[in-house]
Design a protein around this ligand. Structure first.
Ligand code: TXA
Ligand code: MG
Length: 319
């Protein structure tokens, strides 16, 4: 299938197949979409997704977009209400990302949604992205392929200069036609919310969805409950840098010296710990009456992002 088109000589089917095999093996591959280049990993492989954060040097775990080739593949991951369905039918493939409720059976690793019960999904346009996603046969998590804090890349040369030594492969599809990231829309209880302006004009979306609500800039003051990127935190209180559990606490271990019980990474591997973080927190969350004592996590590499998330989760809350 990707062999085709004499007008598009830049990538052949063999390169697509090699990129797909690398992704399936847990490696990182940068690939062009119509908006910007993405730094891709197998979204069902938590350790591979953790590798994205490490490569970008991201100090925190923002939720990522899961890329799929079509609406049918998106339906396996999230649920669509009528409005989400209409938006997807009208704008996919294209520069629209929809944040929707995860299905119970969603195979995407929790680190991809940063522990939230929603997932951002997108069907990118562009022959290479489409061919790659079909060849991988799994959802691909991909933020923009730039180091944290740098501009989003719109050519393969941008990717190589920023991340060249940290990816297994860069698929070169020439410049991205849209050049800015996708517009991110959340659909919650039949209401569409603009979470990030981007390459698809808000007016076009409003022609279908009506006026979009726009959350205030203050992430601690979400416009409506339960829907924004307010990050997942367990209901149980957290105590950090614990050496042992006090009465009533569950100890969350890290490394080989931890006592038996839940452990983010028995071997002390930070990528594995990152991949496990949200899933383990969910599984040991005992609700508001419980307390989780977390052993120290080294503050380097992915440990920075893990500690960032834990510190936020441990901060006093007002509900
Ligand atoms: O055009 C694009 O969207 C590019 C290409 C590669 O597809 N990707 C991209 O990904 O820009 P990233 O990770 O840089 O931006 C994803 C945006 C972030 O603003 C993130 O907070 C938001 O989507 N997001 C992802 N999942 C979310 C969720 N579950 N709830 C709320 N916001 C979410
Ligand atoms: Mg970005």
């Amino acid at each position: 299938m990707p062999d085709g088109h004499p007008e598009q000589p830049m990538i052949d089917g063999k390169e697509i197949a090699r990129a797909a095999a690398l992704l399936r093996a847990g490696r990182l591959v940068a690939f062009p979409t119509e908006t910007v280049y993405g730094l891709g990993a197998d979204a069902t492989n938590g350790t591979a997704v953790a590798g994205i954060f490490a490569a970008k040097n991201r100090p925190s775990f923002n939720p990522l977009i899961a890329h799929v080739p079509d609406l049918a593949a998106a339906r396996d991951l999230v649920t669509f209400d009528d409005l989400a369905e209409r938006l997807a039918m009208r704008f996919w493939p294209g520069a629209l990302t929809l944040v929707l409720p995860r299905r119970d059976t969603c195979p995407v690793a929790e680190i991809c949604s940063a522990g939230l019960d929603t997932l951002a999904v997108r069907v990118p346009a562009g022959e290479i992205a489409q061919a790659l996603l079909r060849a991988v046969g799994r959802p691909v998590a991909a933020p923009s392929a730039n180091p944290s804090g740098r501009l989003s890349p719109t050519t393969a040369a941008h990717v190589i200069s920023g991340l060249g030594d940290r990816v297994a492969m860069v698929l070169d599809g020439g410049p991205c036609p849209v050049g800015v990231e996708s517009t991110v829309i959340g659909v919650f209880d039949g209401q569409a919310v603009l979470l990030r302006p981007g390459g698809l004009a808000v007016e076009e979306i409003e022609a279908i969805a009506g006026t979009l609500s726009r959350p205030s800039g203050d992430p601690d003051a979400p416009a409506s409950p339960g829907m924004l990127a307010s990050h997942y935190a367990p209901a149980s209180a957290l105590r950090l840098n614990a050496t042992a559990a006090e009465p009533g606490e569950t100890l969350l271990g890290f490394g080989p010296d931890a006592p038996p019980g839940p452990n983010l990474s028995p071997s002390g591997d930070l990528a594995e710990a990152a991949a496990n973080l949200f899933q383990v927190l969910h599984s040991i969350d005992r609700g508001e009456t419980g307390r989780i004592a977390v052993m120290p996590i080294p503050d380097h590499g992915l440990g920075l992002a893990i500690n960032d998330r834990l510190t936020r989760a441990a901060a006093p809350r007002d509900g």
